[in-house]
Write a protein that binds this ligand. Sequence first.
Ligand code: HEM
Ligand code: HEM
Length: 184
Amino acid sequence: MKFKFLNSADSYGLVNKHFHWIMAVIIIFNFILALILDDFPKGPMRSFLFSIHKSTGILVIILLIPRLLWRLVNTVPVSLGNIKTLNKLSKYVHYFFYFILLVVVFSGWTYSSARSGPFEVFGLFTAPALIENNQVVANIAKEIHGISVYIFITVLGIHVLASLLHHYVFKDKTLKRMWYGDSN
Ligand code: HEM
Ligand code: HEM
């Protein structure tokens, strides 16, 4: 079996597919974790879950860097829809995804830094504080984190709906070519 690592004009390669699906699982996990965490009373369990939330967020940053570089050096498959405006829109949605994800993770990191300094990432290494203790910055970063994450989830909803629309209504290869099929 021959593996296709690079993207081509009509399909995504293995590297892009792995980045896409592994990161989707990690990000959705971290979102749900943050919601569950909120119901826990102050104590060691809440602190532990928070450290997992922050560590997972740092993991997202670590994966985002090679993903963005890979995207920059790679072809991006052409959109398959028949409506030109929607094809253009999907391109902007993809750019916006990267932008809003960066806002989510760095506002979270800034908030955490301004409130409580450096922290351990999965007990493996220390993430430095991006900024010194500062309650005003902490409050602003917290607001930005909360708002940007909900903008992100709304865009994700549109993204998922669009891919289902392509698959079930337009019946084109949009979802299949991001999944693991014949070509990979
Ligand atoms: C994919 C990445 C991330 C997602 C999806 C995410 C999601 C969330 C969500 C949904 C909340 C609850 C917000 C609310 O209801 O107001 C939250 C809170 C929080 N997040 Fe994140 N987060 C991410 C990354 C990070 C990172 C990288 C850090 C820090 C290094 C972080 C630190 C925090 C903190 C400290 C809170 C508590 C804020 C509060 O007290 O209300 N998050 N996050
Ligand atoms: C946190 C979750 C997700 C993020 C951040 C995300 C982000 C992206 C981005 C940036 C792209 C453009 C290609 C690339 O740069 O890799 C893309 C493509 C795609 N995504 Fe997602 N995605 C997520 C979840 C999902 C889910 C749950 C589905 C389906 C149910 C999905 C279906 C697709 C499809 C079908 C494409 C290819 C679109 C095309 O060929 O034009 N994504 N996604």
